[in-house]
Design a protein around this ligand. Structure first.
Ligand code: ZN
Length: 225
C-alpha cells in the first residue's frame, strides 16, 4: 500500500477540487453526531452516514465499549472524548455502532484465552463479559454463532446504559437535547438495525447491569485501615 501516493492524491484531487470547503473547516468544527464505533476497519462512520469532514466526532475502540462511571478502572481516553463532544461541541446525537463479525465480541466469548494472548485487549473487553455470561445463562441451547450475534447487538445497546452513568449525558438526554441510539451494522448485507435506549433489549440490559454491579462489588476488596 503506497500511502504517500494516497496523500498526494488527496492534495492534488480531493483538496484541489474542494479547496473552499477545506479552507472553511479551519474556522472550527460543529459536528452533529458523536459516533462510538469499533476499531474494525470495515465500520466507517463517514461512509455509513454519507458524511463529510467536520460532521462526525468519533471514538473508535475494540468492540465499541463505553466504560461505566462507577466501575473501579478508569479509562479517561474514551470518557474525555464523550465529555468534550457533549459539553463543548453540543452534539445532537450519540450513536454507538456494533457490527457483525466483530472480532472483539468473539474474543469476549473466550476471554481467558485472550487475557493470556493479548492482555491489554483482554482487560478492555472484560468490561462486557457479563453480557456474554447472561446469554449463556439465559439461552443455554442457542448455537455459538447466534450467541455471538446476540452479544454484538446487546453489547451495542449496553453502551447506551453505560453512557447514562455520566451525569452530563443523562441530563442532556432527559431534557430532550440529546438523541441516544445503538446501531447494529450487518457488514455483508449492508442492513442497519436501530435501537433506542428504551428498546426491546432494555429488560435484559437491566439484568446484565445488576449482575455487573454485583461482579464489580465482589472484585473491589473493602479498604482496611
Ligand atoms: Zn468489532
Amino acid at each position: 500500500m503506497d500511502l504517500k501516493k494516497r496523500i498526494e492524491q488527496f492534495r492534488e484531487l480531493e483538496y484541489a477540487f474542494n479547496k473552499d470547503f477545506y479552507q472553511a473547516l479551519k474556522e472550527g468544527q460543529k459536528p452533529h453526531t458523536l459516533f462510538i464505533g469499533c476499531s474494525d476497519s470495515r465500520v466507517d462512520a463517514e461512509t455509513l452516514f454519507q458524511a463529510s469532514a467536520g460532521e462526525i466526532f468519533q471514538i473508535r475502540n475494540v468492540a465499541n465499549i463505553v466504560p461505566r462511571e462507577e466501575e473501579p478502572d478508569t479509562h479517561p481516553s474514551v470518557v474525555s472524548a464523550i465529555e468534550y463532544a457533549v459539553k463543548v461541541l453540543n452534539v445532537e446525537n450519540i450513536i454507538v455502532c456494533g457490527h457483525s463479525n466483530c472480532g472483539g465480541c468473539a474474543a469476549i466469548r473466550s476471554l481467558n484465552e485472550y487475557k493470556e494472548k493479548l492482555p491489554y485487549t483482554g482487560e478492555w473487553i472484560a468490561q462486557s463479559v457479563t453480557i456474554s455470561d447472561y446469554i449463556d445463562y439465559s439461552y443455554p441451547d442457542m448455537n455459538e454463532d447466534d450467541k455471538i450475534i446476540m452479544l454484538e447487538k446487546l453489547n451495542a445497546v449496553q453502551q447506551l446504559d453505560n453512557l447514562m452513568t455520566y451525569d452530563f449525558v443523562r441530563e442532556r438526554f432527559e431534557s430532550g437535547d440529546l438523541n441516544l441510539q445503538a446501531y447494529y451494522y450487518d457488514i455483508g448485507t449492508g442492513s442497519i438495525s436501530v435501537y433506542d435506549y428504551d428498546s426491546i433489549f432494555s429488560d435484559m440490559i437491566k439484568e446484565i447491569t445488576l449482575n455487573r454491579k454485583r461482579m464489580f462489588s465482589k472484585e473491589t476488596p473493602e479498604e482496611t485501615e
